[in-house]
Design a protein around this ligand. Structure first.
Ligand code: DX5
Ligand code: ZN
Length: 219
């Protein structure tokens, strides 16, 4: 898969979200990463369907939705209708993984499975043929601005081996910056989520290139 950067808007300025989306477009970000938290699956509450709808109205960018909620199956149709291009949910949630993946695909949307740090890569093996994305969390889900868990490098490598030649991203999320991304890429990650690093960067486009490489350099 081509290496891509997905910007987590959890770290954006919510009062000026439209301006933030424009800035991300201009910086050539590949996707917007949309972190949904229900205060139940994770100990934090973020945003949900109306915010996704509003973003969809203002951009044609690929919307990468990460559901950190207890029962993702129940909300798939609403997130698809709100504009999700890919929905990734947690294997540790209460929803049946295969049924949920099939429901996402039934709407023509891409589907992914996310693994918390304590869940081994092998737990996703039975679902590999149904995945467009395998997300290896590199922090405990719930909050932006945490430090990268270096112990996850072996798991990323295992996930990349499991993916093999399938058209499925190996996504990393949490604590990604210009240094930690090198470890993640070396281990086999190709879809790189970053929030606080990008939004704190004085030059957003430079920040994006420091993660993905510039498009020219990648050609
Ligand atoms: C954490 C979220 C991440 C988070 C990443 O639960 O899934 O997407 O926003 O934020 P940074 O890049 O700040 O670690
Ligand atoms: Zn996320």
């Amino acid at each position: 898969m081509n290496r891509a950067v997905s910007a987590s808007i959890l770290s954006a300025d919510f009062l000026h979200l439209e301006d933030e989306v424009r800035r991300l477009e201009e910086a050539n970000v590949d996707m917007l990463h949309f972190d949904v938290m229900d205060g139940c699956f994770v100990p934090n509450i973020s945003f949900g369907i109306p915010v996704l709808q509003a973003i969809r109205k203002t951009t044609g960018m690929f919307l990468d939705v990460h559901l950190m909620i207890r029962d993702p199956y129940a909300y798939i149709e609403e997130f698809v209708k709100a504009g999700a291009d890919m929905i990734t949910f947690h294997l540790e949630s209460d929803s049946d993984p295969l049924r949920t993946l099939e429901r996402i695909h039934s709407f023509g949307c891409k589907a992914g499975l996310a693994l918390k740090p304590a869940t081994p890569a092998g737990a996703a093996q039975p679902f590999m043929e149904h995945l467009d994305n395998l997300l290896v969390m590199t922090v405990e889900p719930g909050f932006g601005g945490q430090s990268y868990l270096h112990d996850m490098n072996d798991k990323i490598q295992k996930a990349a081996e499991m993916r093999g030649s399938r058209p499925c991203y190996v996504q990393v999320d949490g604590g990604i910056n210009a240094e930690t991304v090198q470890e993640a890429i070396a281990a086999g990650a190709d879809l790189l989520v970053a929030g606080s690093y990008l939004f704190r960067h004085p030059d957003l486009a430079e920040g994006v290139n420091s993660l993905r490489g510039s498009r020219e350099a990648l050609k």
